[in-house]
Design a protein around this ligand. Structure first.
Ligand code: NAD
Length: 248
């Protein structure tokens, strides 16, 4: 049996990137997985791996509550949904601010709040939130709003861990460096003109990593599984940096 045998696992933003890799890794460890994404088309292919799928926009509070209630009591919640704005304190717009805090922070409050009663009733659970090395851990150029929201995720993680530590519920977050995912390709494309080409824009992301390469989504999923599974029973409230040496 795998490390998540018998565990009910819920994943947001599981259509691509780290969320998808994590849903697949949960299933490979024997978990009973419900993979959700705003874009149902991106979930295609997961069912063939024994994963249940459902369309879910985490910005829709009522839909979040209904989806989590329908999933049944959860053992594992992985809050992966988030968006990376490339802006500065001066260029950030009001609309960007509201959108990023809604998606990157508020949606996690909603999913966690909906999940807790079931975890409390069952006497435990593991909540894993997606933060970033760009947060309270470190600053990064052109990541004003992103880093601000991801720092809030660390604060939320520690608060939830503190509140429920005596009830068997753990809450941790991961703080990745740069991971090769579809949305990273979009950020590279957006930077291409300023960088002098696509290759140069990509090289700038690679250069941030002391290891000289980007991470794979599977490398992130390995940490997500560790935090979700009983391997990490004594770990709570932590912001775990997984960044190829970016913060060295
Ligand atoms: P991605 O950005 O390529 O994909 C994001 C997924 O989220 C898509 O499938 C999209 O449909 C879904 N999504 C968007 N809005 C949604 C909503 N409102 N409700 C539900 N789903 C929604 O994936 P990624 O790059 O693996 O990023 C996933 C998470 O990891 C994000 O929180 C991101 O901030 C974080 N992260 C990524 C990196 C990186 O370098 N890629 C680094 C650190 C942290």
């Amino acid at each position: 049996a795998g490390r998540l045998a018998g565990k009910r696992c819920f994943v947001t933003a599981a259509g691509q990137g780290i969320g998808r890799a994590s849903a697949l890794a949960f299933a490979a460890e024997g978990g009973s997985v419900l993979a959700t994404d705003r874009d149902a088309a991106k979930l295609e292919g997961l069912a063939a791996q024994g994963i249940e799928t459902a369309a879910l926009d985490v910005l829709d509070d009522a839909a979040v509550a209904a989806a989590i209630a329908a999933a049944g009591p959860l053992d594992v919640l992985f809050n992966c949904a988030g968006f990376v704005h490339q802006n500065t304190v001066e260029s950030c717009t009001d609309a960007e601010w509201d959108f990023a805090f809604g998606l990157n922070v508020r949606s996690m409050w909603q999913t966690i709040r909906a999940t807790l009663p079931g975890m409390i009733a069952r006497g435990g659970g593991s909540i894993v939130n997606m933060s970033s090395a760009c947060s309270s851990v470190k600053g990064a150029p052109n990541r004003f709003l992103y880093g601000t929201t991801k720092a809030a995720v660390i604060g939320m993680t520690k608060s939830v861990a503190t509140e429920y530590v005596t009830r068997g519920i753990r809450c941790n977050c991961l703080c990745p460096g740069t991971v090769d995912t579809p949305s990273l390709e979009e950020r590279i494309a957006a930077n291409a003109a300023a960088a002098g080409g696509l290759d140069q824009a990509r090289a700038a992301f690679v250069a941030r990593q002391a290891m000289g390469r980007l991470a794979t989504a599977e490398e992130m999923a390995a940490l997500v599984v560790y935090l979700a599974a009983p391997d990490s029973t004594f770990v709570t409230g932590q912001a775990i940096v997984i960044d190829g040496g970016w913060t060295l």
